[in-house]
Ligand binder design. Structure first.
Ligand SMILES: Nc1ncnc2c1ncn2[C@@H]1O[C@H](COP(=O)(O)OP(=O)(O)OP(=O)(O)O)[C@@H](O)[C@H]1O
Ligand SMILES: [Mg+2]
Length: 508
């Protein structure tokens, strides 16, 4: 079979780390080739080289058998290579069409592309690949899933044949993931070839033909997906067996830590986000919030952490009314928060890892003494977190947060928040973008947190994670709490049904 892309013996170094060490990979025409590996294994780096964003120190690239030098993304585009990045790069107050033709305005020929005809062509492409994108919509008005399709259209508009997807599903809802899988199949049917980076073995099983596994910058092997089990692929990437089941004893709930009563919260769109919402979380239990995305989860999290004010109702922490308190006060009272969007609320990307580890606590002992920062203490603390949570970075705690791989950024945030040892930990999608080994570890730490008598409020769109980790599961639908069940007395079907808005005991 013809190879559309071939990368041979690629080496790429960053200060303190070899991100790609003698890596070879080939993409056959018409295949979905998965790229699997631990956080920091070098997947995004390898694909950034193929897309012309980085130059390798060594190695060769062949496109359709011809040796090429991909000096920048424009060269990649001309060679028929497109990429959807881990974090999208769209201009929010531009329309879909404007975003797609951006940088394509034929400066070379000295005239501007006619937006109307571009819009027509985009509409036709959208129809051909069943993408359902309105070319005239503004980016700020469309969902994340739709924005991703705009990125796909951007590649198609440039006639890309080899399509790179860097963790496309980590930002999507389960429904959107299902849609994306269909889109990928359409793309293959139309003669495209795909490299797919994902941490979800189930997705690899569902869609990929072959899978190349990286570990610490090196290729461990390329396998045929149909004849390789998920457990085997996990073992190849991590170098040991991985347990997918969370090992935990029954919970022993104690006093009420978080008590929410009659809460009404407006959403960002000024419609009611939460309606007459009441919930208790006790010490020593993990309460999972299940629901279809956009049913009040964000409003709940924002209200509890102090990021959004409430219309009415009360929030109490260990009996104290905190409804009117700000974010920092609540952190001091004992609430920690693993945020949904790690770039917006989790990290300052241009700060070092150690600075990020004390973002919320730098003005407290032992990091600050009489207004002076104690740098050795800060370093020691950050190094402990980096060690415990296996945050991998070229220059350790001195690395800029920006230089960390996506998963390692996530591990740093989770580590920081758990290390606060809060009375209440609000964990929103805590394992987003993490490899299976890291997920196993984070889940273990969350259970430990519970076992040491802390309360954990877990919000996740992944039903597996909710079912696996929670002691009690509450279901939200249209801003209301419509179910409250013990995790060991329910199953995927029952919770799934409640998520569609049907209360327990009611029939469809
Ligand atoms: N611009 C950069 N400067 C310094 N180090 C970098 C840079 N980009 C990547 N690295 C380092 O190279 C290594 C590989 O990173 P890469 O982003 O390729 O990992 P990844 O396999 O995509 O991981 P993840 O699954 O977490 O996204 C990491 O240790 C990272 O810290
Ligand atoms: Mg990556």
């Amino acid at each position: 079979m013809e190879n559309i892309v071939e990368m041979r013996n690629i080496r790429k170094e960053f200060p303190g780390i070899v991100a790609n060490d003698n890596v070879s990979i080939e993409l056959r025409k018409g295949e979905v080739h998965a790229l699997l590996g631990e956080n920091g294994a070098g997947k995004s780096t390898l694909m950034s080289i193929l897309f012309g964003l980085y130059q390798p120190e060594q190695g060769e690239i062949f496109i359709r058998g011809k040796k090429v030098r991909i000096t920048d993304p424009n060269v990649a585009n001309e060679l028929g290579i497109g990429m959807v990045h881990q974090h999208f790069k769209l201009v929010h107050n531009f329309t879909v069409t404007q975003n797609i033709i951006l940088g394509r305005e034929s400066k070379r020929f000295g005239f501007v592309v006619d937006e109307k005809s571009a819009s027509r062509r985009i509409r036709a492409l959208s129809e051909r690949y069943a993408l359902n994108v309105n070319p005239d919509a503004k980016i700020e008005d469309i969902s994340v899933g739709m924005q991703q399709r705009v990125e796909i259209l951007k590649m198609l508009y440039r006639d890309a044949e080899a399509l790179i997807f860097d963790e496309p599903t980590s930002v999507l809802t389960p429904q959107e993931i299902h849609e994306l899988m269909k889109i990928m199949r359409n793309l293959i049917d139309e003669g495209k070839s795909i490299i797919l980076i994902t941490h979800k073995l189930r997705e690899i099983k569902e869609i990929a033909d072959r899978c190349t596994v990286l570990r610490r910058g090196r290729v461990i092997g390329t396998v045929d997906v149909a004849s390789t089990t998920e457990a085997r692929m996990a073992e190849m990437m991590v170098g040991r067996e991985v347990s997918f089941k969370v090992d935990k004893k029954p919970a022993v709930p104690g006093d009420v830590v978080l008590k929410i009563e009659g809460l009404n919260v407006l959403s960002a769109r000024k419609v009611l986000g939460l309606t007459d919402f009441s919930l208790e979380v006790r010490a020593g239990e993990i309460v999972g919030v299940a629901g279809v995305d956009g049913n009040g989860q964000s409003e709940l999290v924002e209200a509890v952490t102090g990021m959004r004010s409430v219309e009415s109702g009360t929030i109490r922490l260990r009996g104290r009314d905190i409804t009117k308190q700000g974010v920092r006060e609540r952190i001091r009272e004992g609430i920690a928060h693993i945020p949904e969007d790690r770039h917006k609320h989790g990290l300052v990307l241009d700060y070092t890892v150690q600075e990020n580890m004390i973002l919320e606590t730098y003005d407290q002992k032992p990091f600050s003494n009489h207004g002076l920062l104690d740098f050795p203490e800060i370093r020691k603390y950050a190094e402990c977190i980096v060690e415990a949570f296996d945050v991998r970075a070229g220059e350790g705690v001195d690395s800029l947060a920006r230089s960390l791989s996506g998963g390692n950024q996530q591990k740093a945030i989770v580590g920081r928040e758990i290390e606060l040892d809060p009375d209440l930990l609000v964990a929103v999608q805590p394992t987003r973008g993490l490899d299976v080994g890291a997920i196993e570890y984070i889940h273990k730490r969350l259970v430990e947190q519970r076992d040491s008598g802390k309360a954990v409020l877990l919000v996740s769109l992944e039903l597996d994670e909710i079912l696996n980790l929670s002691d009690r599961i509450v279901v939200v639908s249209h801003g209301a709490l419509i179910g409250d069940v013990q995790a060991d007395e329910t199953d995927e079907n029952e919770v799934g049904l409640m998520m569609t808005g049907i209360r327990k005991g009611e029939s469809a």
